[in-house]
Design a protein around this ligand. Structure first.
Ligand code: PEP
Ligand code: MN
Length: 355
């Protein structure tokens, strides 16, 4: 007899659960409607005065058996869930996010398909200094079977008195050296006004760490039909980095490669701290290829190879490093560029580690 009663009560409980479920979802719909109106009005979604009034209204009608404090606690949770529902609606998935596009973006640079599986390498001097310098490096890059040649023509230097790069003339030298070897050109642009003219001489627009939040530059790079290599700002969080990429894609340019280049921390043993875990995070959160710049992150020649191995092991789509025919006399970053023989053995070691 008592078992029968128990079953009855349980079945009533199941009914009430479903009624509560319906009511909670009905409430959710109403809350979403209110959220949309608030969005149009530009008013804050969270309104503590209104919440207090609702809780008072509920307590005033509470006839038990639950205590007011318990009822208030339960409704507070329901309110919180409602607020989250409004925010989810508001926070539309970013265009660079996996949520928006689950499959990997592959960036095609004159046939080199970055992000397709085989690692890509962007190699070349820190700065273009002369045609002879870049053509020596271009030949070495070609010899390794690589396709992407880097070199800074517009250099963002910490001191205004340091070598600022050869500008458009440097870009032309780099392009000539690259063309002779059938390589593609990766070079940094620092001024939106330079993009138009540079388009004839480069295949990838690099946006450097110091300009990661130069929003006008990001928008300008997003408005042209050229792949962009976006480097992480030296004090940028991953979220800021992703949002910087969003600036580019929001203008229509989806061909973006993210580049982890180390962040500034209290550690002085390396030039920057290579945030290696950013690689899988960026791969999970976005659909964009991710590369690692081992030169600027470590600032140490002895760490280039282990850092590159780590980058590939953790899932990076490629590695960037600086190569100079005679690093000792380089006009920038002389302590960390590889000379040609070092570059050759670096590549040899890495090819052996390809997975
Ligand atoms: C560079 O790659 O030439 C460079 C200046 O690097 P970063 O912007 O990462 O400092
Ligand atoms: Mn450099």
């Amino acid at each position: 007899m008592s078992n029968q009663k128990l079953d009855q009560l349980r079945s009533q409980l199941d009914d009430v659960n479903l009624q509560l479920l319906n009511l909670i979802n009905k409430r959710g719909d109403l809350v979403k409607g209110i959220g949309q109106i608030k969005e149009q009005q530009g008013t804050n979604r969270f309104d503590p005065v209104r919440e207090r009034a609702m809780l008072d209204h509920i307590s005033n009608h509470n006839q038990g058996p639950f205590e007011d404090s318990t009822v208030t606690h339960l409704f507070k949770e329901i309110f919180k869930a409602g607020l989250e529902l409004q925010e989810d609606d508001h926070r539309k998935a970013l265009l660079v996010s996996r949520k928006k596009k689950p499959e990997d973006t592959i960036v095609d640079i004159k046939g080199e398909r970055v992000g397709e599986g085989d690692p890509s390498f962007i190699m070349g001097p820190c700065a273009v200094e002369s045609y002879e310098q870049v053509s020596t490096v271009a030949r070495a890059v070609k010899e390794q079977g690589l396709t992407l040649l880097r070199g800074g023509a517009f250099k963002p230097r910490t001191s205004p008195y340091d070598f600022q790069g050869l500008g458009l003339e440097g870009l032309k030298m780099l392009k000539q050296a690259a063309d002779e070897q059938g390589l593609a050109v990766v070079s940094e642009i620092v001024n939106p006004a330079d993009i138009e003219e540079a388009l004839d001489y480069l295949d990838v627009i690099q946006i450097g760490a110091r300009n990661m939040q130069n929003f006008e530059l990001l928008k300008a790079a997003g408005s042209v039909n050229k792949p962009v290599l976006l480097k992480r700002g030296m004090s940028a969080t991953i979220s800021e980095f992703i949002n910087a990429a969003e600036y580019i894609i929001s203008r229509g340019n989806e061909n973006i490669i993210l580049c982890e280049r180390g962040i500034r921390t209290y550690e002085k043993a390396t030039r920057n701290t290579l945030d290696i875990s950013s690689v899988p995070i960026l791969k999970q959160e976005t659909h964009l290829p991710v590369m690692v710049d081992v030169t600027h992150s470590t600032g140490r020649r002895d760490l280039l190879l282990p850092a590159a191995k780590a980058a590939l092991a953790i899932g990076a789509d490629g590695v960037m490093a600086e190569v100079h025919p005679d690093p000792a006399v380089a006009l920038s970053d002389s302590a960390q560029q590889m000379d040609i023989p070092t570059f050759q053995s670096f590549m040899h070691e890495l090819q052996g580690h390809r997975v």
